[in-house]
Design a protein around this ligand. Sequence first.
Ligand code: PGA
Length: 244
Amino acid sequence: MFTKKLIIANWKMNGSVAKVDQDLAFYASHVDTNQANVVLALPTVYLHQAAQRKANFAIASQDVSQFANFGAYTGEISVSMLCESGVEYVLIGHSERRQYLFETDSILQKKLENIINAKLIPVFCIGEDLDLRETDKYKDFLLNQLKLLTKLTCSISEVIIAYEPIWAIGTGKIPTSVEIMEIMTLIHSFVQKSLPHVKIITLYGGSVTSGNITEILQIPNVGGVLVGGASLKPEEFTKICEYA
Ligand code: PGA
């Protein structure tokens, strides 16, 4: 899909109209996108504003409705609305949404199908918690999360899969390179076996900083990163993009 590394900023529920303007102006003059493909996943209310300004990066939504495309679903935002706002990517299955918004596999399946049918690119997030990591069951758990991709009723040709161990998100702890490589291999062999026609890029996410980016991007099959906290600081995020 891409020859350059993919760096996705996930602002989560942070930002303001002023911050979007300031940070995007900063990135326009500081981020060299010859080195990396940069994507900004912003809160829904800022997507249109960001897409208007976009110069050297693409825009992602952090969520989408399970319902398509218009109708009596108060508060929901559909894929067609995202397309109209200039969105190209959608995060899906992030552990915070699975945990706080109770997003189940059946909800995620509908969202994924909507994203794919609208020709947006899904960034499908998987990851185990610390209890699972401490048992020998974490690989089965991750494979089970991946199985959702085999249940889709629409045909899928490309997907970005982000491995984000929950115990590494916002904690400053990151898995060793060997541990990350193990999961990258697990994902690639699963897709090769179960979805051989699907192109994938695998990302790592969880406490990525300018201090650990070089090492992470050297791990085989790491096609890029998903960056939370560090993406809120423009100088720090720029350094992360430079290392890519
Ligand atoms: P973090 O978050 O970089 O703050 O650990 C990553 C994520 O949740 O996508």
